[in-house]
Design a protein around this ligand. Structure first.
Ligand SMILES: [Zn+2]
Length: 97
């Protein structure tokens, strides 16, 4: 089996570059159904947050909202939940990663 280093890379909402990021904090939300992360871009130093959730949980949220909302609304709901956890001025990004 080939050993492969697990490099964390994603697009930074600050500088828009796809580069290395550092996970500052990672914690479960909603009894572990979601994982919240605070991230730091190694390129520009921008701090931002993400939430990771299983597809089944995303689909459940979509079903709840399907009558009157789009996936964008679900993402806004998640972002609003996270806003209280974030430091002032930080960007919140919803992700199914
Ligand atoms: Zn950046």
């Amino acid at each position: 089996m080939t050993s492969r280093k697990n490099k964390r890379q994603r697009r930074c909402p600050g500088c828009k570059e796809t580069g290395a990021i550092r996970v500052i904090d990672s914690r479960p939300l909603d009894d572990g159904r979601k994982i919240y992360r605070r991230l730091n871009c190694k390129t520009c130093g921008h701090n931002y947050g993400s939430v990771e959730l299983p597809i089944a949980e995303l689909e459940r949220l979509q079903m709840i909202e399907a009558q009157r909302a789009s996936l964008r609304r679900v993402a806004r709901i998640l972002a609003a939940e996270l806003e209280e956890l974030m430091p002032v001025g930080a960007t919140v990004v919803a992700s199914t990663g």
